[in-house]
Design a protein around this ligand. Structure first.
Ligand code: GLU
Length: 320
């Protein structure tokens, strides 16, 4: 039985890029007769807002998507909000600690950003962590703890990481990909990398379909699966939607939020038709219901290149 999920972070309004990822994740699971989970990734409490969480559920329902388990419908792996699952993350840290995979890091933000010659970390981060605090002695650690509350890092093993992506194809990352990374921040927040892996294991997720921006997080997550003694899911990363300036969709590209689109009176079938055309499921935009896209859906249909949201796209959504 396939189990997939959509896992939005409620730190803003969902836009058509998020909706496309949700649609494709849903289609993959519905086509296979599997179970679809909705998980609210509100682990970063200062950035998350309850109003965005409920808006996301409403937007997805409006599009015609449904889920078998989720924050509003419950299910065998409840709760489905990360903010209510912290004990699981703490337990996982305990296991990793026992296996000698964690260490405290006292580096300041400025120190982390200053390593100009270091190899790149994730696209969303600065340079890869150089390992400054990896080999501190017990007494050095104790001494530094007197002055600063540390973050906790996970040790990456020094070997190639290779995996087959369901859309992007064979991926190979060099040893240490992105460097040792933070699993618990100095302000006590658990990191996305830890929470997402712990939850996907606990919820029995077999297939992860998500945005291409998370492709370079996958080596980290694969090492976490291994360190926790779990089998990783299959991964598929969908190319992003870009603005005409070639940058990721953002506020400057106009009101492409689903909330704003709905407010203009655009019908969900029109949005779905656009998303389907952008994903190679139909030849050109034409209104269609989500259910009509289920039969015959395969990942092979999805183009490997990013899609540009141009003026024609915006016109289709009544934005002129
Ligand atoms: N919560 C993440 C996001 O909204 C997605 C996590 C994932 O799919 O692994 O970007």
């Amino acid at each position: 039985m396939l189990r997939g999920r959509f896992a939005p972070t409620p730190s803003g309004l969902m836009h058509i890029g998020n909706a496309r990822t949700a649609l494709l994740a849903w289609l993959q699971i519905r086509q296979a007769g599997g179970q679809f989970v909705l998980r609210m990734e509100d682990i970063d409490k200062p950035r998350s807002k309850a109003q965005f969480a409920s808006q996301a559920l409403e937007d997805l329902r409006w599009l015609g998507l449904d889920w078998d388990e989720g924050p509003d419908v419950g299910g065998p792996y409840a709760p489905y909000q990360q903010s209510l699952r912290e004990q699981l993350y703490e337990d996982a840290l305990g296991q990793l600690e026992q296996r000698g995979r964690l260490y405290p890091c006292f580096c300041s933000r400025a120190e982390l950003l200053a390593v100009a010659s270091a190899p790149h970390g994730l696209s969303a981060e600065g340079p890869a962590y150089g390992g400054t605090c990896r080999n501190l002695t017990a007494s050095e650690r104790a001494e530094r703890c007197l002055h600063k509350h540390p973050s906790i890092r996970f040790t990456m093993e020094e070997r190639d990481i290779v995996f087959e992506d369901g859309i992007a194809g064979l991926q190979a990352f060099p040893p240490g990909a992105g460097g040792d990374f933070v699993v618990k921040r100095a302000d006590e927040l658990f990191s996305y990398q830890l929470a997402v892996v712990v939850d996907d294991i606990a919820m029995g997720i077999t297939d992860v379909l998500r945005g291409y921006d998370l492709l370079d997080s996958t080596p980290r997550q694969l090492m976490l699966y291994e360190a926790l003694g779990a089998t990783p899911p299959r991964f598929a990363h969908v190319p992003l939607l870009l603005g005409e300036d070639g940058k990721r969709l953002a506020k400057r590209h106009g009101s492409i939020s689903l909330a704003a689109i709905r407010e203009r009176g655009v019908q969900p079938e029109r949005v779905l038709g656009l998303l389907a055309a952008m994903s190679g499921l139909i030849d050109r935009p034409a209104p269609i219901a989500a259910g009509e896209l289920v039969g015959g859906f395969t990942l092979a249909q999805i183009p490997r290149e990013p899609v540009i949201v141009d003026s024609q796209t915006l016109e289709w959504l009544d934005m002129r």
